[in-house]
Design a protein around this ligand. Structure first.
Ligand code: CO
Length: 166
């Protein structure tokens, strides 16, 4: 009879220590200094977006420098009557559930489908009928991802996108 087998118990103990040493994942952002070419309040080029009778924005992704002065020009290039097909550009706070917000907005016909005083809204254009346009100016919010949509009833499913501030 031999007793030369390694101790199973001690190898299990070692495994437990190794598992415990597997520390939490740490995602650290680059230490690189932020770019200094632009002053914080620099005005970026206007961002032109069109909206059409097919319920499409011409872009679903916008990038802006955080803190810059942003100009969004929305043009409704459709021809359908405003009561059936109108568009706006509405920018929401990060984490806003777009479908939930759109449901609230649907009930706000008297204020062109923008719920009055809603804290989720950062900025919005007017509601535009065919051929109309509106220029919206705002200060780009802190770095993050901000949903935008058209709040006209039923449009958010197709008419939504993300503004990335960075
Ligand atoms: Co629309």
């Amino acid at each position: 009879m031999t007793l030369s087998r390694p101790s199973l118990l001690s190898s299990m103990f070692l495994s437990a220590i190794l598992l415990a040493a597997c520390g939490k994942k740490e995602e650290k952002k680059s230490e690189a200094a932020p770019a200094q070419e632009q002053p914080a309040a620099a005005a970026a080029a206007p961002i032109e977006i069109t909206a059409n009778d097919q319920m499409q924005f011409s872009t679903k992704a916008i990038e802006v420098p955080a803190g810059s002065q942003v100009t969004v020009i929305l043009k409704n290039i459709g021809t359908m009557p405003k009561e059936n097909m109108a568009h706006n550009f509405t920018l929401l706070k990060p984490g806003t559930v777009v479908a939930d917000f759109a449901t609230k907005a649907m009930a706000a016909k008297a204020t062109d489908y923008i719920p009055a005083g809603d804290p989720s809204v950062i900025a919005h254009t007017k509601l535009l009928g065919p051929g109309e346009s509106d220029t919206l100016k705002f200060t780009a919010p802190p770095a993050g991802e901000y949903p935008f949509l058209c709040t006209f009833p039923g449009h958010f499913a197709l008419m939504q996108g993300t503004l990335t501030s960075k």
